[in-house]
Design a protein around this ligand. Structure first.
Ligand SMILES: COc1cc(-c2[o+]c3cc(O)cc([O-])c3cc2O[C@@H]2O[C@H](CO)[C@H](O)[C@H](O)[C@H]2O)cc(OC)c1O
Ligand SMILES: O=c1ccn([C@@H]2O[C@H](COP(=O)(O)OP(=O)(O)O)[C@@H](O)[C@H]2O)c(=O)[nH]1
Length: 480
């Protein structure tokens, strides 16, 4: 009989698809040829993500790894009338339920596991029906996982909107959490995205395990709290496998990227890198504040500035290439010539963070961006915008200590005044005490991340445990 397969069900999106494929590939390698990987591809919902995913699949197929195969699921109707990205993706996933079931039942080999994304709780029901172990690949932090697991309890304990409650929120293993640090999803309990979060927290208890893109060294106390059942009111939670940082590095380009060539002629640790993730478009009011801060700070910078998306519906917002003359204040490019580069399209973020000239990173706090920054020991100025990013920013500042906090007005669409950004940039790059501490911590985290994934390191050991568990769980699925 053919070897057992691990079925992956990834969600499209830069921070979701590749880390999950990378984790699958590592599982393949770790099993020493005992497992194969089957990736179920849901049609991506935007032209941009369609092109990205097609390119990534092509690259994987061309890489000659035989034991990974891709199967396209049929298209489903896109939901309408949703109140947020989480509900939208979950509803797409629900529509794909029968397709996922049919695809798994149609496999001619034992199935070792179904691994789904953070949004795919409906697919856990499919794995249960088929008797296949169901794992959640969690592309964000263990702290966010702890909050999700704790959310049904919080929902019962707190009667008012979280922002109206007195005091702080207790998440075992974390410092007291101010309500202002909660994910956007938790800030309006009347919205159906809030219900998504609570039911996801409940549904996760049905998983066989959580594969989390973090390392024990980064989030030890919160991982211990989950393992002890302290986030789930004493009920043992599914096992957590902290296997990160899982970062995928595409093959180096034949010619260095223009951003990298520009960095090559800058002094060490002198450049502030500004990038707001794969969806990172900012409105003109924020662009003006950043430009003013960068101009006045006198520091060097590399700023990825994207144009407005063509389609602004949830899940469809791919930024476009920026027309810099239209977006930037008049005279900005001339005044900062020589010490600043504004890049209007997607930039090679990992190559940039790896460069010795980069001394700090203004990030929207997507978890992948955070891991990449830690991996290269770059301290951070957190400017979260959406989703779980405020909570990630809290983790960076209060728990990991690798960031200089930025004061922002969340009620004004996460507005940061130019003077505040200028202060924080000067602290980070200009030798302030806060900046010094963040730099020191970032260097510590870099060492910890690299140690975790070495042979015998905490993430390597977690990975071996996971691979062994998965191998043992393989079942033959009855075809209906
Ligand atoms: C897939 O496309 C998008 C995903 C998100 C999104 O939303 C979200 C909402 C929550 O209530 C909790 C979350 O943890 C969460 C996560 C999330 O995805 C992104 O995860 C990345 C990690 O791989 C990264 O950390 C990003 O910052 C998260 O946003 C949101 C979104 O648009 C706002 C998407 O298009
Ligand atoms: O101009 C860009 C913007 C983003 N990214 C990459 O896209 C991913 C973004 O993931 P993250 O979780 O940080 O945020 P998201 O984009 O999902 O909000 C990271 O790997 C970044 O390196 C990139 O390479 N270039």
């Amino acid at each position: 009989m053919a070897k057992p397969t691990v079925v992956l069900l990834p969600v499209w999106g830069a921070g979701h698809f590749m880390p999950m494929i990378e984790a699958g590939k590592r599982m393949l390698r770790g099993s020493g040829g005992a497992l194969s990987v089957t990736v179920l591809l849901m049609p991506a919902p935007t032209p941009g993500s369609m092109v990205d995913i097609a390119a990534q699949v092509k690259r994987e197929e061309a890489s000659g790894v035989d034991d990974i195969s891709f199967r396209h699921l049929p298209a489903v109707d896109m939901p309408t009338g949703h109140t947020g990205i989480e509900e939208w993706i979950s509803r797409i996933l629900r529509s794909h339920g029968p397709n996922v079931r049919a695809a798994i039942a149609g496999l001619d080999c034992p199935v070792a596991a179904l691994v789904t994304d953070i949004f795919c709780t409906p697919a856990l029901e499919v794995s249960r029906e088929l008797g296949v172990p169901g794992y959640v690949y969690f592309p964000s932090s263990a702290s966010m996982l702890a909050l999700l697991l704790r959310s049904p309890g919080l929902d019962e304990e707190v009667a008012v909107e979280f922002e109206e409650m007195d005091g702080t929120i207790h998440i075992p293993g974390l410092p007291p959490v101010p309500p202002s640090a909660l994910p956007t999803t938790m800030l309006d309990r009347k919205k159906s995205t809030y219900d998504w979060l609570i039911s996801t927290g409940r549904g996760y208890m049905n998983a066989t395990g959580f594969i989390v893109n973090t390392a024990t060294e980064l989030e030890q106390s919160v991982l211990a709290a989950i393992a002890d059942g302290r986030c789930t009111r004493g009920v043992p939670a599914p096992t957590v496998y902290p296997i990160g940082p899982v970062l995928s590095f595409p093959p180096p380009p034949e010619q260095p990227h223009e951003c990298v060539r520009w960095l090559d002629v800058q002094p060490p640790a002198s450049v502030l890198f500004v990038c707001f993730g794969s969806k990172g478009f900012l409105p003109p009011s924020k662009v003006r504040e950043i430009a003013a801060a960068l101009e006045r700070s006198g520091h060097r910078f590399l700023w990825v500035l994207r144009g407005p998306p063509v389609d602004s519906r949830h899940g469809q917002r791919d930024p476009t290439n920026a027309t810099l003359d239209e977006l930037l204040p008049e005279g900005f490019l001339e005044k900062t010539k020589g010490r600043g580069l504004v890049w209007p399209t997607r930039a090679p973020q990992k190559e940039i963070l790896a460069h010795a000239a980069v001394g700090g990173f203004v990030t929207h706090c997507g978890w992948n961006s955070i891991l990449e920054s830690l991996w290269f020991g770059v301290p951070v100025l957190p400017w979260p915008l959406d989703a779980e990013q405020h909570f990630n920013a809290f983790t960076l500042v209060s728990h990991l200590g690798v960031a200089v906090p930025l004061e922002m007005d969340r009620r004004r669409d996460n507005f940061v005044e130019a003077a505040e950004l200028e202060r924080a940039v000067s602290s980070l790059l200009g030798g302030g005490e806060e900046g010094r501490k963040a730099r020191e911590k970032a260097a510590e985290m870099k060492a910890a991340c690299r140690k975790a994934v070495e042979k015998g390191g905490s993430s390597d050991v977690a990975f071996q445990r996971l691979t062994e568990e998965v191998r043992r769980g393989a079942v033959v699925v009855a075809t209906k």
